[in-house]
Write a protein that binds this ligand. Structure first.
Ligand code: FAD
Length: 452
């Protein structure tokens, strides 16, 4: 009798602990279930669906090379898997553990037939807890503790052959899932930027190992390619975190990078303790914050989404996001802060937009970072801490980045690029600021003070 291998955000063959366990028992049926019910409001967004389509196509090819297949089914995960067990007579299901609340629910419902394995994070989340047996709320303490568990175990190589069952169950076709956009094809720019799939994830990690020494200096400069660009590969599990760890950790100055990589683990801990973190403020005090709503706030939200706020650094970031499904981390912080503080719009509206637009959209990473920027979260960041977008733009030398993503401003000199309005160099087709920096800042501080 075969066993099922339930693939989710672990679309790889190398260092695939669940695959190894399944193959050690005999014939394996790899299955991917497209479940749009379980996640509810966090069903995969448009950009992720684009990535998923290509990642699944690549995984199906890789499985065929090992004498196996990828079975595709759609519907609520638990029901679909139980039906597959009946159809195939499978003994049990092997899967890598994930921490999103809908996955944990499905895992609990399948407990009697499911064998879970670690592999989505550097260290199993349950192992990194504070003195009271709870997940850490402050990153620096978390990182100190995590380091005690490093290095992670050695990654396992991909198998050459995967034992096949005598009969394969039917598979839905990838095309029938219509994961790719059409009319209009807003993902035209994605293919130029990304190649989803395990082969590219591994190749990129190898390349990155040669560049990691410059990470500390380059990571905050949006105009440079100074970060790994691995976030979507990591989210979909096309490379295991320990494979990445092994690639880079001996390189000079890799520690700064590993410290950032571990934010994934931190976020997973937060959503394990607080599964509603994308829905609820980490600190209840902020439930009473007077977020703006109504027509003016709606139109400001739209200007932010479209990259038409009159702040070049914000607009460049929002347009990079739209065109490529990714945004530089420093600019994510600036754009998020601008929405929450300068426009006084609820961080959840920003979380939603990012969820739909990011190829790396990740329940834990997105909600933890949004709440961190907003200052509403469980960590120590304050609502009253307000980033100054123009100063940030100058400090991180965003001139060329702005020229690339906001072509209306391409011809402006360095002296005008960060704030064309103040330099009286505003082109006709580019808006004036939708709110002044001081005005926005004062309004946010006043809203925060009301809660004290
Ligand atoms: P690198 O700098 O090369 O980092 C390597 C890896 O470490 C990343 O791929 C990522 O897996 C992890 N990592 C780095 N920084 C963070 C961080 N602050 N939090 C969590 N993990 C981190 N990241 C996501 O993966 N998904 C999201 O949905 C997401 N939403 C965000 C929303 C906001 C408002 C902000 C400020 C940040 C968000 N991030 C998110 C974190 C970060 O911006 C991205 O992980 C990073 O920009 C991805 O690019 P990279 O792979 O080149 O990163």
């Amino acid at each position: 009798t075969p066993t099922l291998l339930w693939l989710r955000q672990d679309l790889r063959l190398a260092d695939q602990s669940a695959l190894l366990a399944a193959a050690s028992e005999g014939a394996v049926i790899p299955v991917y279930v497209l479940d749009d019910d379980g996640p509810g409001d966090w069903r995969m967004g448009g950009a992720q669906r684009w990535w998923l389509h290509h990642s699944l196509a690549s995984l199906a090819d890789d499985l065929e090379k090992c004498g196996s297949r990828l079975i595709l089914r759609s519907g609520p995960a638990e029901a679909v898997l139980r039906r597959l067990i009946e159809e195939t007579g499978a003994r049990r299901i092997h899967a890598i553990r994930h921490y999103e609340p809908w996955w944990r629910k499905a895992e609990a419902a399948l407990e009697d037939v499911l064998c879970l394995h670690d592999g989505s994070h550097l260290v199993p989340i349950e192992q990194i807890q504070n003195g009271s047996g709870e997940p850490y709320r402050v990153y620096s303490a978390f990182w100190r503790k995590l380091q005690q568990h490093l290095p992670p175990g050695a990654p396992a190589p991909a198998p050459e052959n995967i034992p096949a069952p005598k009969r394969w169950p039917k598979s839905e076709s990838l095309a029938s899932w219509a994961l790719l956009p059409h009319k209009p094809d807003w993902a035209k720019g994605f293919s130029a930027e990304w190649t989803p799939g395990e082969a590219q994830a591994l190749a990129r990690a190898e390349e990155w190992a040669d560049d990691v020494h410059d990470y500390a200096e380059m990571r905050d400069l949006p105009g440079e390619e100074g970060t790994s660009l691995l976030s979507a590969h990591l989210h979909f599990g096309e490379i295991s975190p320990r494979t990445l760890y092994q690639q880079v950790h001996r390189r000079a100055h890799a520690d700064k990078f590993l410290k950032e990589l571990a934010w994934r683990d931190f976020s997973a801990g937060v959503i394990t303790a607080l599964p509603d973190y994308a829905r609820r403020n980490g600190r209840a005090k902020y439930d009473k914050l007077g977020w703006r709503s109504g027509a003016a706030a709606k139109s400001d939200l739209r200007a932010w989404q479209q990259g038409m706020t009159g702040y070049p650094i914000v607009d460049a970031g929002m347009r990079q996001l739209w065109h490529t499904g990714w945004m530089h981390n420093r600019v994510r912080m600036i754009c998020a802060s601008f929405l929450v503080k300068h426009l006084l719009i609820d961080w959840r509206a920003g979380e939603r937009w990012f969820w739909d637009c990011l190829v790396d959209a990740d329940y834990g990473n997105n909600s933890v970072n949004w709440q961190w920027v907003a200052g509403t979260g469980v960590d120590a960041n304050m609502f009253g801490r307000i980033m100054a977008p123009l100063t940030q733009s100058e400090k991180f030398d965003a001139g060329d980045y702005i020229r690339r993503w906001v072509p209306e401003l391409a011809d402006l000199p360095d002296s005008a690029i960060h704030d064309p309005e103040a330099a009286e160099a505003l082109p006709k087709d580019y808006p004036a600021k939708i709110i002044g920096h001081r005005e926005g800042r004062e309004r946010a501080l006043a809203a925060g003070r009301k809660l004290d």
